[in-house]
Design a binder for this molecule. Structure first.
Ligand SMILES: [Zn+2]
Length: 96
């Protein structure tokens, strides 16, 4: 494991586990607009980077879910099955 392995459960949003290739927001920081204000959404490139890193780290079938206590990684979340974690708990989607 590399030293800098992202921790997808450590931040307010899993995407924050990786830095943004577009606006250079660091790990744990929100994306920024060119004006320096906080962007309302993460850049698409950052989402893709987080997705790739997550799959690399946790595997093709892993998913991440928000719980009242924070984020949890379900290593088997995308495997189709009845009563699975992904079926019980879906990540909330924020406002567009
Ligand atoms: Zn960004």
């Amino acid at each position: 494991m590399p030293e800098m392995a992202p921790d997808f459960t450590a931040h307010a949003h899993p995407v924050m586990a990786v830095p943004c290739p577009t606006c250079r927001a660091g790990t744990g920081s929100w994306c920024q607009r060119p004006s320096g204000h906080r962007a309302s959404n993460f850049h698409r490139s950052r989402g893709a980077a987080a997705d790739a890193a997550f799959t690399c780290q946790h595997g093709e079938l892993a998913s991440i879910a928000r719980t009242p206590e924070g984020w949890i990684v379900d290593p088997d979340g995308l495997r189709p099955r009845e009563g699975g974690l992904a079926a019980r708990r879906r990540p909330e989607t924020g406002p567009e």
